[in-house]
Design a protein around this ligand. Structure first.
Ligand code: ZN
Ligand code: ZN
Length: 179
């Protein structure tokens, strides 16, 4: 048992990779308790995936699966030349993607902001050998679900009026999407 606990506490490195493999990196210390996973259905996240012609990264209701974490835990090891970013509105977040294969990688409010929202499509779960739920934990909330383009999955986390849930919702919104 002691050995199992020691293993569980090791820092968790998650390999990162764009679809074609040109851009690669690693996110360190990734675990459900070390970040915050949520689904964003805002129009800008949807428009971003459409712009990249990557609707495959969206869930059936048009949501983007995002894991918030400190930017210092993400290191690129190859392909930095292919990084691009754009803003969809004057005050919108910066949206990073790769030029090689148009993989969305992360959203950030800008240099110096303590959190980035890594988009699931940049995580290399195949190389990692673990599922998205295992690495990030289940989504803790969804935001802007009013602009979902399809029915939300029945097992989606629901907004409740309890304190913890509305705090989670505030935290999701603060981490930066449209609003
Ligand atoms: Zn690529
Ligand atoms: Zn969004």
């Amino acid at each position: 048992m002691i050995a199992a606990i020691a293993v569980a506490r090791l820092p968790l490195d998650l390999p990162l990779r764009c679809r074609c493999g040109h851009v690669r990196g690693v996110a360190s210390d990734v675990s459900p308790s070390n970040g915050f996973r949520f689904l964003c259905y805002c129009k800008d996240c949807w428009a971003f995936a459409r712009f990249l012609e990557r609707p495959d990264v969206l869930d059936p209701a048009g949501g983007t699966d995002i894991f918030q974490m400190p930017p210092g835990r993400v290191k690129l090891i190859a392909g930095a030349d292919a990084l691009r970013c754009l803003r969809l509105s004057d005050r919108g977040v910066l949206r990073g993607y790769t030029d090689c294969c148009r993989t969305p990688i992360a959203n950030t409010a800008g240099a110096g902001f303590p959190i980035i929202g890594m988009i699931h499509s940049f995580a290399d779960h195949e190389a990692d050998g673990r599922s998205r739920d295992e690495v990030f934990g289940p989504p803790l909330c969804r935001i802007y679900e009013g602009s979902a383009v399809g029915p939300l999955p029945p097992d989606a986390p629901r907004r409740r009026r309890s304190g913890s849930s509305s705090a989670a919702h505030r935290r999701c919104s603060a981490g930066g999407c449209a609003g």
